[in-house]
Design a protein around this ligand. Structure first.
Ligand code: IPE
Ligand code: IPE
Ligand code: MG
Length: 246
């Protein structure tokens, strides 16, 4: 794949005003079904959409794009589909990491990725380490991610710190919880997009979405592209965010 240096647009605040966009990439199976293709064909087309949208996010000056790729509940799917998805993911990281790195992108994986198979864990960790010092946008892939798991993990870590005397229970506030989440060092979530017409969060970023704007589109994920992202950002720009104030 051609690697092309992109200008660093993150320093100039873009007109849409969004720093962090997250996407629940849904509808690969239905996209394939409409074409009488196997579900894996939908997932393959979904990877192409990831490439397009990751590039568009860089061009549009987002600081962070978080993509929900595999939920902690997706293990309920047939083993063949789970293994197809893991294979696509492995291939995606291997083939695209050079381009991300050349463009100054920081690749992050959030979720309990350490429970994946060891070869994939190594690949993820080396991709994150290689791009960690880059100064461009973050592309965060949520893998084996569940927001409830994330919060349980945060509660356990805080409880351990209280038990060891390092922290007192009264000092657990919003910031202490924020700091224990996978997203601790990412900008606050501005816009949460879900494709495929479903209007639910499916255990994604429940805490972080407290004041995110929600945007639902009937478009199936493999059809999503830079134009669709621009439309979502246009809609975001028109929203009146109040955060409880006036
Ligand atoms: C989203 O597409 C991809 C993952 C959840 C991994 P789906 O596979 O959920 O597609 P639909 O919802 O069956 O159409
Ligand atoms: C949410 O999609 C998870 C991802 C996009 C990775 P699902 O297709 O798994 O969600 P449900 O089962 O329809 O809620
Ligand atoms: Mg789905």
């Amino acid at each position: 794949m051609a690697t092309q240096a992109k200008p660093d647009l993150t320093s100039a605040a873009p007109a849409h005003g969004a720093r962090h966009v997250a996407i629940i990439m849904d509808g690969n199976g239905r996209w394939a079904k409409k074409r009488l293709l196997p579900r894996i064909a939908g997932h393959r087309a979904g990877v192409e959409a990831v490439r397009r949208v990751a590039r568009a996010a860089q061009d549009m000056g987002l600081e962070c794009l978080t993509l929900y790729a595999f939920s902690s509940e997706n293990w309920k799917r047939p083993a063949t589909e789970v293994s197809d998805l893991m294979g696509l993911l492995r291939h995606f990281i291997q083939s695209d990491i050079d381009e991300f790195h050349a463009n100054g992108v920081r690749l992050r994986v959030i979720g309990n990725y350490k429970a994946l198979e060891p070869g994939l864990v190594d690949l993820i960790e080396s991709a994150m380490a290689r791009t960690a010092a880059n100064t461009g946008p973050v592309i965060a892939i949520a893998l084996n991610y569940g927001a409830q798991d994330e919060m349980v993990r945060a509660a356990q870590r805080l409880a351990q710190r209280v038990a060891s005397g390092e922290l007192s229970a009264e000092n657990i506030g919003i910031e202490a919880i924020d700091a224990e989440l996978y997203t601790a060092d990412l900008p606050p979530l501005d816009l949460l997009i879900r494709t495929s017409g479903e209007q639910r969060l499916s255990n994604f970023m429940l805490w972080q979405a407290a004041y995110a704007e929600l945007y639902f589109t009937d478009m199936l994920w493999p059809d999503f592209d830079g134009r669709a992202l621009a439309q979502a950002l246009d809609a975001f720009r028109m929203r009146d965010r109040r955060f409880g104030g006036l």
